[in-house]
Write a protein that binds this ligand. Structure first.
Ligand code: AMP
Ligand code: MG
Length: 414
C-alpha cells in the first residue's frame, strides 16, 4: 500500500471528509416529536414514542411447563397417588390437592393449589385412577411461576425502539392493542433535468429516462416514511425556486437529484443559498461530490448529484442516517468487514472512494471481494451487480490485487 500522508487537514477549505459530513448531518437534525396512536399491527416498523411498562405479570399465573401430573413433593414418599381430576390450558381444576392426591395437568394449565411440582407423563405409570412415579423430582420442577418472564410495572419496551415482529407479540401478550408511535417523517423527492423523460414518454435525441426517481422511491420504501414524489423539475431558476417554496410548507426533508454542480443549468446550490441555508456542499467522496446539504425553513434539504450511482451511494451514506435520526431511531454506522480484494483497484489520493464490489465468504469463512469493473458514476449496472461497497480511505491511492480492504454489504438496504 502506498504510504501517502494525505489527511483530512489536507482537504481544500470548505470540503469535508465523509465522516465530517456525516457528523454535521446528525448534528443538524432533531428527531420528530409529534406522536400518534396506531393499532398494534400498524405499529410494525414504527418508532415507539414513549417507554411502555408491563400492565400484566407474564405468566399471569403459575402454570405447568409440561404434560404430566401436578403433585405435592412430599407425596413422593407415599405413592401410589390418586388422580382426582384434570387441569387443561384455559380450563383450571379448581379444588385443592390434599395429601395422597394428584391432578392430571397439560402444558400451560394453572397449577392447582397444594401442588408444588410436576411429574412429567413419560415418568408416570398409570393404572385406573392411581399413578406411580419413576425416579426423583425436584421441588418446583416444571413450574412456570407468575411473573417469571415479565413483572407487572417492569419496562417492556423503551422509547425510540423500532418495533419488530417479536415486539408486536410481546405487546399483544400484555393486552396492548393501541401503540403510541412517532409521526412518520414526510420525505419528498424529485429529479431535475431538461433531458429527463418519464416512463411512457418518447425519447428525443439527448433525452434519457428518469431512473433516479425509481431508485430513490425504492430506497425510501425500505425506511417506512411518508413518501412524496414531486416528479421532474425543469432546469430553470423559477422551477427550482417553486420547489423550494413547496419544500418549506409540505415536507420534513427533500431530496433532489441533479443540477447541483456548477454547470450553466445547475440552480440547486445557488437557490439553497438564496432561499435557505447551506450547511455544506462539498465532500471529498466518490461517487457523490458535489452534494448540497442545508435547510429551507424547517425542511432539511439534500441536493444529490444526478448520476445514478452517485444518487444511490450518497443516499446510503448521508440521507439514510439523516432519515433514521429524523424518524427518531438510533443511528449506527453500517457494519464493515475486512476482506481480501482479488482485483486491483484504481483510486486517486485525496477523496474517499466507495467502489462497488461483489463479496463472498470463501471455504475458510474469510471475506473475499472483487470490484464490479468500470466504476463510472453513470454505470447503474455496477450497483445492480454489486452486493457491497469497498470504502477506500482518502489517503490511499491505487491498490494491487490481494490487498486487504474493508467491505460494507448493502444488499438488505436496497
Ligand atoms: P447533473 O448533476 O444534473 O449534471 O447530472 C449528471 C448526470 O446524471 C447527467 O448525465 C444527467 O443526465 C444524469 N441524470 C441526472 N438526473 C438523472 C435522473 N433522474 N435519472 C437518470 N440520470 C440522470
Ligand atoms: Mg442536470
Amino acid at each position: 500500500m502506498p504510504a501517502e500522508t494525505f489527511s483530512c487537514d489536507s482537504l481544500p477549505s470548505g470540503t469535508l471528509s465523509v465522516e465530517q459530513a456525516q457528523e454535521r448531518i446528525l448534528q443538524a437534525i432533531a428527531p420528530i416529536t409529534a406522536t400518534e396512536t396506531v393499532a398494534l399491527r400498524d405499529a410494525l416498523g414504527r418508532i415507539l414514542a414513549q417507554d411502555l411498562s408491563a400492565p400484566l405479570n407474564v405468566p399471569a399465573f403459575t402454570n405447568s411447563a409440561m404434560d404430566g401430573y401436578a403433585i405435592r413433593h412430599t407425596d413422593l414418599a407415599r405413592q401410589p397417588l390418586k388422580v382426582i381430576g384434570t387441569a387443561f390450558a384455559g380450563k383450571p381444576f379448581l379444588r385443592n390437592i390434599n395429601a395422597g392426591e394428584c391432578v392430571r395437568i397439560m402444558t400451560g394449565a394453572v397449577v392447582p393449589d397444594g401442588a408444588d411440582c410436576i411429574a412429567i407423563q413419560e415418568n408416570v405409570q398409570r393404572e385406573g385412577d392411581f399413578i406411580q412415579i419413576r425416579g426423583d423430582i425436584a421441588l418446583q420442577e416444571y413450574l412456570r411461576f407468575s411473573g417469571d418472564d415479565i413483572k407487572q410495572g417492569e419496562l417492556l419496551l423503551a422509547k425510540n425502539r423500532r418495533l419488530n415482529a417479536a415486539d408486536l407479540g410481546l405487546l399483544a401478550s400484555q393486552g396492548i392493542a393501541q401503540v403510541p408511535v412517532l409521526r412518520r417523517p414526510k420525505i419528498a423527492f424529485c429529479s431535475t433535468g431538461d433531458e429527463l423523460k418519464s416512463l411512457g414518454e418518447d425519447l428525443g435525441l439527448g433525452d434519457i429516462y428518469d431512473s433516479n426517481r425509481y431508485t430513490l422511491y425504492a430506497l425510501l420504501k425500505k425506511l417506512d416514511v411518508e413518501i412524496l414524489d414531486w416528479g421532474v423539475i425543469k432546469d430553470t431558476r423559477e422551477a427550482v425556486e417553486a420547489l423550494f417554496q413547496q419544500a418549506r410548507h409540505d415536507a420534513d426533508l427533500v431530496i433532489t437529484s441533479g443540477g447541483v454542480s456548477v454547470g450553466e443549468a445547475d440552480y440547486i446550490a445557488d437557490t439553497l443559498e438564496r432561499l435557505g441555508q447551506v450547511n455544506f456542499w462539498k465532500i471529498a467522496v466518490k461517487p457523490g461530490k458535489p452534494l448540497a446539504f442545508g435547510k429551507v425553513g424547517n425542511c432539511h434539504f439534500f441536493g444529490l448529484p444526478g448520476n445514478p450511482v452517485s444518487v444511490m451511494a450518497t443516499f446510503l451514506l448521508f440521507v439514510r442516517p439523516a432519515i433514521l435520526q429524523l424518524r427518531g431511531e438510533a443511528v449506527t454506522a453500517l457494519p464493515e468487514y475486512t476482506a481480501i480484494c482479488e482485483t486491483p483497484i484504481k483510486k486517486e489520493v485525496g477523496r474517499k472512494d466507495y467502489q462497488r464490489g461483489i463479496c463472498w465468504l470463501n471455504e475458510q469463512q474469510e471475506w473475499r471481494v472483487r470490484t464490479t469493473g468500470g466504476q463510472g458514476s453513470h454505470i447503474l449496472r455496477s450497483m445492480s451487480q454489486a452486493n457491497c461497497f469497498i470504502p477506500i480511505p482518502l489517503e490511499l491511492g491505487n491498490l494491487a490485487a490481494g490487498s486487504k480492504v474493508n467491505i460494507i454489504p448493502f444488499e438488505n438496504l436496497l
